[in-house]
Design a protein around this ligand. Structure first.
Ligand code: TNX
Length: 743
């Protein structure tokens, strides 16, 4: 008998809600207090300034004026020229700090006061947030808003940052982002008053900055693939994957960032995380022959600290890097060094003996202090991950980037080192928002509330003197899981970066999550949408209650400005799917899917909790692959979705895993999933699935794609066996497989 699903809504109501979804911005409300980050003080005064043709800009830094005019051109149908006397006045007030500003709107015009270009730029950002969100759309003329006038409420805003350092880190090694993307990224940071861009330019999986003296660093070390010196990794596929920035690109990006008040801190991750260097210049490695893997499973990725030639090479490299970046700091990594290489190396051991060191940890300190001296020669200070301060002994001008824990931050602070806090549990934007979303989870989940709860000085127990050592917070986007799906970097960054921006800028007493969330909903989503950021949309909350054969399901939108759409056939909802504006009564709750929509942005799909039912026919699983410890292939027989098979080594072409059912299974579909459940590691990138009706002859069904799953349907008869076959070496380390999903 056919099962039924009824939707208890009036069609008219559904249409109404759909219409409201497009509601971008409520003009009467949005201008009031919807700033992100929140300024120190905002006081609204009576009246308004009518922005209209004839207004002009007086004073100001040339770039700031150009920037403001360009943004105005996106919303007004008239030009706003720069003149000697204008009603938008950009004035100097020397008593203010560099990033501080005052912004005053009166019926006569707008006055911005600052002591420097930075403060003036921030004031402009605040002003942009008082304008319609279309001011962020990169169009002008007839494609823009073409307003004839706009009424700005009178207000007086006094503002300055809580921390002098407000950072964001982007790993361009694991996933490569081109120059244009990096510039857009910098724009997004600037809109949020972030002033430091930590650019993770070199890691195991790719070297991304041109060094004239060592052309192979990018000639070879920037590329992964079956025929490259670096193997494919993180689903980059067997084709050529990678890229790099020329020195001209770097200069262009540095200047672009400087205009927007952003200092770039380049990072070359040393002495570990250096597979991309070693793949082209193997002479940097120790003379030991052990195959010791780093925590991320990389071998041969550590510089030998006992070879004098390595310091010469690094000196040459940093000479070029120092000339490209005007900022004070260069970041040298220092994290996760596999020290076994040094333990087994005669050169490293000889150095330890000569210097009277007690362990390899001191070799790391030795390496870092040598780099401090090299950088000092080129007028730069050193920055590094918190491991660099594990043994003390560093120059007090160096800066420690704490990432592992509050304790590792304290350890550096106790030595009198200054710190930037990018603590994993709060600041890692590569962590999942929720268990069902894509991402890492080794530092826990990082939902919005978690990052917003971070207080850089409050979460540590600090004296007043020690507080001064905290330069500020930083968000970190590691990119192992970002090669796909498209725009996932934006999903992971936003809106979490908005929270980090507020933590860095606004005082702790101003912290109020509900208010922050309201500001996002009322105005900031619309701003980000116009910035062309594909930010994360939370999925709807789905509740269900069952009575007899019928289940009543309600899906709630996370925000009033977003709508929930649904399907009844198990497919992901699309923009044209009906709106779920009332309870749905169904006999097939397992087939319902819900997603939140904001214009064309959508959330992941949500299901009715506990409604998925799979068949669990008795099955015997065999393979010719050696399993990893604790993950034998027999775990695929229990239909426990938390256990999975993982191989000990890279698979060989032709390797197979065979599922044989005791009795042929009558079913609608069988889904074969690679990867470890809920993380995206060890997927079969090159392989396919076959099925058999008689257990003897097999039919090739489909290939694994990057999502590492294959869905087979429409079987001619009950299925006797399923076989997974490896067609390529893929990423070479291991493969994993989950229990079959049979329906
Ligand atoms: C740890 S944070 C790392 C990175 C990874 C990250 C993944 C740090 C200094 N090292 O190499 O990308 O975890 O979350």
């Amino acid at each position: 008998m056919k099962k039924i699903t009824l939707t208890l809504v009036l069609t008219a109501l559904a249409t109404l809600c759909a219409a409201q979804e497009g509601l971008m911005w409520n003009r009467s409300k949005a201008v009031r207090n919807d700033f992100v980050p929140l300024p120190q003080s905002v006081e609204y005064t009576p009246g308004e300034f009518v922005m209209c043709s004839g207004m002009s800009i007086e004073g100001g830094e040339p770039f700031n004026v150009r920037y403001l005019r360009e943004h105005f051109s996106r919303v007004f149908d008239f030009d706003v020229p720069a003149t000697r006397m204008g009603n938008i006045r950009l004035l100097r007030k020397s008593s203010l700090d560099e990033e501080e500003y005052e912004l005053e709107v009166t019926p006569d015009g707008i006055t911005i006061r600052s002591s420097a270009k930075a403060g003036e730029f921030h004031a402009i950002q605040t002003l942009l947030q008082m304008m319609p969100p279309e001011i962020y759309r990169r169009v002008s003329g007839p494609d823009g808003l073409m307003l004839k006038e706009y009424k700005l409420p009178c207000a007086r805003i006094c503002d300055r940052p809580r921390f002098s350092y407000r950072g964001s880190m982007l790993d361009v090694s694991r996933t490569f982002f081109d120059k244009e993307y990096v510039m857009r990224h910098i724009d997004w940071l600037a809109y949020h008053k972030i002033n430091s861009f930590h650019w993770h330019l070199a890691d195991d999986n790719g070297w991304r900055i041109e060094i004239k003296k060592y052309p192979l660093l990018t000639g070879k070390g920037a590329w992964r693939g079956a025929d490259e010196v670096l193997p494919p990794s993180f689903n980059s596929g067997s084709g050529r994957y990678g890229g790099f920035y020329t020195q001209d690109d770097i200069r262009e990006i540095v200047a672009y960032a400087a205009d927007r008040n952003i200092t770039i801190i380049p990072e070359i991750d040393l002495p570990g995380h250096s597979r991309s260097v070693a793949a082209t210049y193997p002479e940097i490695l120790c003379r030991s022959d052990g195959d010791f893997l780093s925590v991320q499973g990389e071998g041969k990725n550590v510089f030998c600290v006992g070879k004098e030639s390595n310091y010469k090479m690094l000196d040459n490299i940093f000479k070029e890097i120092a000339a490209l970046f005007p900022g004070q700091y260069i970041h040298i990594g220092g994290d996760e060094v596999q020290m076994q290489h040094w333990k087994n190396c005669p050169d490293c051991q000889a150095l330890m003996k000569k210097e009277g060191m007690k362990d390899e940890g001191e070799l790391l300190t030795y390496f870092v202090t040598r780099l401090e001296k090299i950088l000092a020669k080129y007028g730069k200070k050193l920055a590094g991950w918190d491991e660099i301060s594990s043994n003390g002994g560093l120059d007090k001008t160096s800066c420690v980037y704490a990432w592992r824990s509050n304790a590792s931050a304290m350890k550096a602070i106790d030595q009198g080192m200054n710190v930037v806090l990018q603590i994993g549990a709060y600041c890692y934007l590569d962590m999942k928002y929720t268990p069902d979303e894509r991402g890492h989870n080794w530092a826990g989940l990082v939902p919005m509330e978690k990052i917003y709860s971070f207080d850089p000085t409050g979460t540590l127990d600090l004296t007043e003197e020690q507080k001064k050592l905290v330069r500020g917070p930083q968000a970190g986007l590691w990119t192992e899981l970002l090669i796909f799906p498209p725009h996932f970097s934006e999903y992971q960054m936003f809106p979490r970066l908005c929270a980090l921006a507020e933590i860095g800028w606004s005082d702790q007493e101003q912290r109020d999550y509900a208010d922050f969330d309201r500001r996002l909903c009322n105005s900031h989503f619309a701003r980000m949408y116009n910035m062309n950021i594909r930010f994360r949309i939370p999925y709807p909350k789905v509740d269900a209650s069952t009575c007899g054969e019928f289940t009543t399901v309600t899906a709630t939108s996370p925000y009033p400005s977003m709508v929930v759409r649904y399907t009844t056939d198990g497919t992901d909802p699309v923009a044209g799917s009906p709106v779920a504006s009332g309870p749905i009564i169904t006999q097939s709750p397992e087939s319902l899917r819900f997603a939140t929509f904001y214009n064309d942005l959508r959330s992941i799909s949500a299901r009715v909790p506990d409604s998925e039912r799979f068949l669990t026919p008795e099955v015997k699983v065999t393979t010719d692959i050696t399993p990893n410890r604790n993950t034998p292939v027999s775990v695929l027989e229990d239909y426990d979705r938390n256990t999975y098979f993982r191989s000990a080594n890279a698979p060989e072409v032709g390797n197979w895993i065979l599922f044989e059912f005791t009795e042929p299974v009558e079913c609608n579909s069988i889904e074969v999933l690679s990867n470890i459940p809920k993380t995206q590691f060890w997927g079969i990138t090159e392989g396919h699935v076959e099925y058999s009706l008689d257990g003897v002859s097999f039919v090739r069904a489909a290939d694994f794609d990057r999502h590492n799953s294959v869905l087979m349907k429409d079987f001619e008869a009950p299925v006797k066996a399923v076989k997974v076959v490896v067609d390529g070496k893929g990423e070479k380390k291991a493969i994993s497989l989950q229990d079959l999903k049979i329906k």
